[in-house]
Write a protein that binds this ligand. Structure first.
Ligand SMILES: [Zn+2]
Length: 206
């Protein structure tokens, strides 16, 4: 049912990396709270940032000591924020590093609807001949939620909502999947057969 075009692993890897970059990250990790005695890479980031702003804290050694402390105090005074020598969310924000507030992914556009003809497939040999055992075009293992699309119609990596199927991601391609056609991956062959062929109006999220 699904014939994937051959692509190089370089392209696969590149796309996989690009995809991970555009997956919305609503839980962006906040910078840790740093104080006298803290060590590590984030202390280096802090020291580099302070130094670049003219708050000299000595060599960038990843150790939050007296010089770094003094630089933080001076910065906090100048920034008009709480002067405690502790680098928490407020100080990180003032330094312009990681706002720690309502981080939202910049939108690549707005959601749109699209009427397509949808078929089903599964990870089995029959559905994937001659590419049985290979991951999806974007490198994800084949499983429910993976949707094959024509990248000219639906950009690879788009999140999708398909009535009767649920949420999916445009992560696969197929030789027969051209134009307003999609192929939905199901867990089992029977589920794919049960789906059959349907005309559905899907939502494509950027
Ligand atoms: Zn199958």
């Amino acid at each position: 049912m699904l014939k994937k075009s051959l692509t190089t692993f370089i392209i696969l890897s590149f796309l996989a990396v690009s995809l991970t970059l555009v997956i919305p990250n609503t839980a962006e990790a906040a910078q840790p709270v740093l104080k006298w005695g803290s060590v590590g890479e984030t202390v280096k980031t802090l020291q580099q940032t302070l130094n670049s702003k003219g708050y000299w804290c000595g060599a960038v050694d990843g150790i939050f000591g007296k010089k770094t402390y003094n630089a933080v105090i001076k910065f906090q005074k100048d920034a008009g924020i709480k002067v405690d020598g502790i680098v928490g969310p407020q100080t990180w924000r003032a330094l312009g590093k990681n706002s720690n507030t309502n981080y939202t992914q910049p939108s690549r556009g707005t959601a749109r609807t699209l009427t397509v003809v949808a078929t089903g497939y599964c990870p089995c040999y029959k559905c994937n001949y001659p590419f049985y055992g290979q991951p999806s075009y974007l490198g994800y293992p084949l499983r429910k939620g993976i949707v094959a699309v024509d990248p000219k119609v639906i950009p690879m990596g788009s999140r999708l909502y398909i009535p009767g199927y649920g949420e999916g991601i445009a992560a696969d391609q197929g030789g027969a999947i051209k134009g307003n056609r999609i192929d939905l991956c199901f867990s089992t062959h029977q589920e794919a057969l049960n789906w059959g062929i349907k005309t559905v109006t899907i939502t494509v999220y950027p």
